[in-house]
Design a protein around this ligand. Structure first.
Ligand SMILES: Nc1nc2c(ncn2[C@@H]2O[C@H](COP(=O)(O)OP(=O)(O)OP(=O)(O)O)[C@@H](O)[C@H]2O)c(=O)[nH]1
Ligand SMILES: [Mg+2]
Length: 198
């Protein structure tokens, strides 16, 4: 069939189909952009459970790539809470906002990206005091921060008691207790993300 505009039999530019498809694609892209309510970064020292939490939140919606100019792998994902979609980055382990290693520099740079809605600082419950130094740094640097006290299962075995409400009062940020490995506290984390970000 000839194209109704240029009369060519091989035209791919003017066909109704192409016009309709491009309109549809545009709408779809706009919808995806509009649907993302916020951008979240998981930060914290190495081995605190950031990647286990990332996987628990995102499931299969993950994209792994090297941070530009480095060999450091970064996982990007998406997850849904009720009708809201969030993008999330799993940053490499960092001890301080003043980077020494390449991993720490990448983690710091990811935090400094525009439009970060929330930094979830993941800490290990049984080493909480040592890990709060980075929490203070994040708060002082002005990052919107939520403290996720992870591995609560291990702390409880050691009879270590953690009171999130006292911590919230002292730090002035949302604090939750959780275990990324068992799923304990995951629902509460999602509720706090929703009330913080949306
Ligand atoms: N008992 C227990 N173990 C956990 C929990 N969350 C994570 N782990 C374990 O902690 C170890 C480290 O977890 P990762 O998720 O790899 O830690 P990470 O923070 O991503 O570490 P880096 O990528 O090196 O910064 C793994 O062996 C996990 O299985 C938890 O809630 N409870
Ligand atoms: Mg990890």
């Amino acid at each position: 069939m000839n194209c109704h505009q240029c009369q060519s039999t091989t035209c791919h530019s003017h066909s109704k189909n192409n016009w309709f498809t491009s309109l549809f694609k545009k709408k779809k892209t706009q919808t995806i952009e509009r649907e993302t309510t916020g951008k979240i970064a998981l930060v914290g020292m190495p081995n605190v459970g950031k990647s286990v939490l990332f996987n628990a939140l995102t499931g299969i919606y993950v994209d792994i790539s090297n941070y530009p100019g480095t060999t450091v792998e970064i996982s990007h994902g998406k997850f849904q809470i009720d009708n809201d979609y969030f993008s999330i980055i799993d940053t490499p382990g960092m001890y301080s906002l003043l980077p020494i290693t390449e991993e720490e520099r990448v983690a710091r740079d990811l935090l400094l990206q525009d439009s970060l809605s929330l930094a979830i600082h993941v800490v290990e419950a049984k080493n909480l005091a040592r890990m709060l130094t980075l929490t203070f740094q994040l708060i002082e640097a002005g990052f919107p921060t939520l403290l996720a006290v992870n591995m609560i299962d291990e702390a409880e075995k050691l009879k270590i008691k953690i009171d999130p409400l006292t911590l919230e009062d002292e730090l002035g940020i949302p604090v939750i207790k959780m275990s990324a490995a068992t799923g304990f506290g995951l629902d509460q984390l999602k509720r706090r993300i929703l009330s913080y970000v949306s």
